[in-house]
Design a protein around this ligand. Structure first.
Ligand code: BV8
Length: 247
């Protein structure tokens, strides 16, 4: 059992008085829903050479292989549900006058939990984009009947996901930078804080005077920089923090 008494009085006071809260999440928030993380034990990067697959070059060279990886992940994701950690973050959206959820995750579980004020920095595994028209549409077909899938126009579809070396959606990253500059508190949940530019958001927040609280199963490269680093499972710690705020 994790005891969040380690959320110091300063952390509680910062959250109680916060007018503007930003939350940055990574794969760790979805781990307790059964979604494999990228870099942890048994993570996606290990079993599927994902570093090579999540690139435009890999897709250019072998769209079928890249789509098989995403089809496999979509089949894995389909039955999964948000966990307690997602649900607390969804309730936090209503608790604070200004709130933004910034997620690196592509699994759609935050939307299922009810978050609306959010940006997806790395896209969404349930959206596809036409290579010819650039049109983005929802696609929940699991498993895919045709790999790679085609648009009605006949052109190939790609996952609407940001691969390594690709720019993040302009509006999403600008909104995230604004939130990092303006928030009073930033919660950083379940990210290894290695992928840029997402990993710079907690630093920007700290530099602008926000109180930054990290929640992670282990230490990360930003653990020494944040105001508080709470080590444990997000699904345990977030409900504890919510309870603490009720007291
Ligand atoms: C860009 C899509 C620029 C695929 C992903 C050198 C220095 C700095 C930057 C770079 C560099 N070389 C290259 C770059 C840029 C590169 C980058 O950052 N590389 C890193 C690896 C060094 N970044 C990019 O390419 C980005 N684009 O920079 O464009 C540009 C400029 C001009 C013109 C053109 C381009 C694009 C980055 C997006 C890449 N796409 N995914 C897919 O998902 O299919 S990244 C991938 O990693 C995922 O999207 C994921 O969101 C992201 C981050 O991973 P995490 O979410 O943190 O997950 P991870 O498994 O790593 O960690 C899980 C954590 O949870 C762990 O800490 C664990 O302890 C914790 N945990 C586990 N269980 C729990 C838990 N915590 C709490 N509770 C639990 N129960």
């Amino acid at each position: 059992m994790v005891f969040v008494y380690r959320l110091m009085k300063a952390g509680k006071d910062a959250l109680v008085s916060a007018k503007n809260v930003a939350v940055l999440t990574g794969a760790g928030i979805s781990a307790e829903s059964g979604v494999p993380t990228f870099r942890g034990e048994g993570g996606l990067w290990r079993n599927f050479r994902a570093e090579e697959l999540a690139t435009p070059e890999a897709f250019e060279n072998n769209p079928k292989l890249v789509w098989e990886w995403y089809d496999w992940r979509r089949q894995l994701l389909k039955p999964l549900k948000p966990n307690k950690g997602h649900e607390v973050i969804a309730r936090f959206e209503k608790r604070f006058p200004e709130f933004l959820l910034i997620t690196q995750n592509v699994d759609g579980l935050h939307q299922k939990a009810g978050n609306k004020k959010m940006v997806e920095l790395h896209g969404n595994i349930w959206k596809v984009r036409c290579l010819k028209e650039g049109k983005v549409t929802d696609n929940f077909e699991t498993p895919l009947s045709k790999i790679p899938p085609s648009c009605e126009c006949g052109a190939m579809l790609r996952p609407h996901i940001v691969w390594f070396g690709e720019s993040l959606p302009y509006d999403a990253i600008q909104t995230a930078y604004r939130a990092a500059n303006e928030c009073d508190v930033m919660l950083v949940v379940g990210t290894s804080a290695v992928v840029q530019p997402a990993a710079s958001l907690p630093i920007i927040a700290k530099e602008h005077g926000a109180y930054v609280i990290e929640i992670n199963a282990e230490e990360t490269p930003i653990s020494d920089i944040v105001n508080e680093s709470l080590i444990g499972k997000a699904g345990d710690i977030l409900p504890e923090i919510e309870r603490l705020l009720e007291m």
